[in-house]
Design a protein around this ligand. Structure first.
Ligand code: NDP
Length: 285
């Protein structure tokens, strides 16, 4: 097992597999298409969307781009989603979050057909994941499970602690680990004595959204540490929720930022786009 988990190369392996699968679909006359919607001018969102479209091109997935202005109304956005839901040439629909004020994110997520919800945020897909049925699983937590498995880290029977309980990372993460037969504890801002809980973890997953919050004293010797956070530090360098320099010697394996979890999220989005073809065909059978 490598100490520094290489999310870049693992994600590349997944994208290569997706590329092969995509080519095989093309030979059967199936073109895979992702519709990407961005509303407004958030610079970070623009970078994320650019990276997603680049990955689509590399894998062979067609991407349709909808760049809507900041003053787009909820009604206009819902109408576009409805059109894309009904367009049989579109397999996946992605609405980049956050949305501008005045647009209800929940309504928008609920409007995407669960069969095209490649982000895995629709309540139907969240419910399916919860009870272990086929459906889309949100990309970051799914990517973390892949990262662990492909790094040779056994999850079954392990004490896993997840710091954070957001709908897009912490909650689905804890459910997926449970599905992998780990013993799972979820921590949040009301957790009493966080250190005492995190020090029990064989595998610690941190999605707390606070730069370098997790230092060596939160970690058991030899733990595996997965850092979901993405921030810019005081020198404008990317960093995570974990203080990498402080923790690296104590951990048996750790993800860096950048080059850890981040690239996995995009690779799993590509995987979900290809899965959409399978799910949509199952529906037609
Ligand atoms: P949220 O802000 O939605 O959630 C943060 C969670 O951390 C909440 O559940 C909150 O608890 C908990 N929390 C906050 N402070 C503390 C504390 N002091 N002690 C314990 N728990 C605490 O963040 P996200 O889940 O959306 O994202 C987390 C990080 O991951 C961010 O840095 C984000 O940028 C990054 N991210 C990275 C992705 C990637 O691809 N690598 C993808 C998505 C996110 P409570 O619920 O009680 O408020």
């Amino acid at each position: 097992m490598e100490k520094i988990i290489d999310g870049k190369s693992i994600s590349q392996a997944i994208k290569d597999e997706c590329k092969e699968r995509c080519a095989a679909y093309k030979e059967k006359g199936l073109d895979v298409t992702l519709a990407v919607i961005i509303v407004g001018n958030d610079p970070a969102s623009k970078v994320y969307v650019g990276n997603k479209k680049k990955a689509c091109t590399a894998v062979g997935i067609s991407s349709l781009s909808y760049e809507l202005s900041e003053d787009t109304t909820e009604e206009q956005l819902l109408k576009l989603i409805d059109d894309l839901n009904n367009d049989s040439k579109v397999n996946g629909i992605l609405v980049q979050l956050p949305l501008p004020k005045g647009i209800d994110e929940k309504k928008v997520i609920n409007a995407i057909s669960p069969l095209k919800d490649v982000d895995g945020f629709h309540p139907e897909n969240v419910g399916k994941m919860c009870i272990g049925e086929d459906g889309f699983v949100s990309c970051t937590p799914a990517g973390i499970v892949e990262l662990l498995k492909r790094s040779g880290i056994k999850i079954e029977g392990k004490e896993c602690v997840v710091v954070g309980r957001s709908n897009i990372v912490g909650k689905p993460m804890s459910l997926l680990l449970l599905r992998e037969n780990a013993t799972v504890t979820v921590c949040h801002s009301k957790t009493k004595d966080l250190k005492e809980v995190t020090r029990r973890a064989d595998i610690l997953i941190v999605a707390v959204g606070k730069p370098k919050m997790i230092t060596a004293d939160y970690i058991k010797e030899g733990a595996v540490v997965i850092d979901v956070g993405i921030h810019r530090d005081e020198n404008n360098k990317l960093c995570g929720d974990v203080d990498f320099v402080d923790v690296v010697d104590k951990a048996s394996a750790i993800t860096p930022v950048p080059g850890g979890v981040g690239p996995m999220t995009i690779a799993m989005l590509m995987y979900n786009c290809l899965e959409s073809v399978v799910l949509q065909n199952q529906q037609r059978d």
